[in-house]
Design a protein. Structure first.
Ligand code: ZN
Length: 197
């Protein structure tokens, strides 16, 4: 049965054969191998089978095969790690968005966020309900750090208040400086209510 030699590459232009592993190992500077299988190519076909066998059994070829295998395995692990990190980040964004929107909804409705214990509060209750429809949030809530502590709640509410205050102030200024000024300034101020004031 004929052996399949994946390392053997044939260049039709030069009509010569090259060793894939030895060429790659030299290109990556893992070896200084400079045999005819790397430089110029092998083309003495009258002793082809013998030369192929000898190269395959050589220490330099063996080392090149091992170096390429290690590198390709490493590349696969790096790729898998990278994909996992990207997914983790996407899931974290989904979970954090659900936490922030739940917290802001409770604040807008004037509902208590915390209960006598963290687990009895509205925030925890609503998040666990929403987690039934949001798998990323469900996983997130099993973490040791869920970003739902009192400090984080306060920080989110302060950021939202700052954002809404700035928006409210900007809108008020725009309306006050519009054509309606000075006809209805008091009405504008009275109806432009800051939701977190
Ligand atoms: Zn080789």
């Amino acid at each position: 049965m004929m052996a399949v030699r994946k390392w053997l590459h044939y260049d039709t232009e030069t009509q010569s054969a090259f060793c894939y592993h030895c060429c790659k190992a030299r290109h990556m500077a893992w070896t200084k191998e400079a045999s005819t299988w790397v430089i110029g190519g092998f083309n003495q076909w009258n002793r082809g089978l013998e030369a192929i066998g000898n190269h395959e059994k050589s220490a330099s070829h063996y080392n090149a095969v091992a170096a390429v295998a290690v590198h390709e395995n490493q590349s696969t692990s790096d790729q898998q790690l990278c994909q996992r990190l990207v997914k983790d980040q996407a899931d974290a964004r989904i979970a954090m968005r659900a936490i922030v929107t739940t917290l802001l909804s409770l604040a807008r409705q004037g509902l208590a966020i915390r209960g006598s214990t963290d687990e009895e509060g509205n925030l925890a209750e609503f998040l666990h309900r929403r987690a039934e429809d949001i798998p990323a949030l469900k996983v997130w809530l099993t973490r040791e750090t869920t970003r739902t502590s009192h400090d984080v709640q306060n920080e989110i509410l302060e950021l939202a208040a700052t954002k809404h205050s700035a928006l409210w102030l900007r809108r008020s200024r725009q309306e006050v400086s519009s054509d309606s000024w000075p006809m209805r300034p008091l009405t504008l101020v009275a109806t432009s209510k800051c939701p977190f004031a």
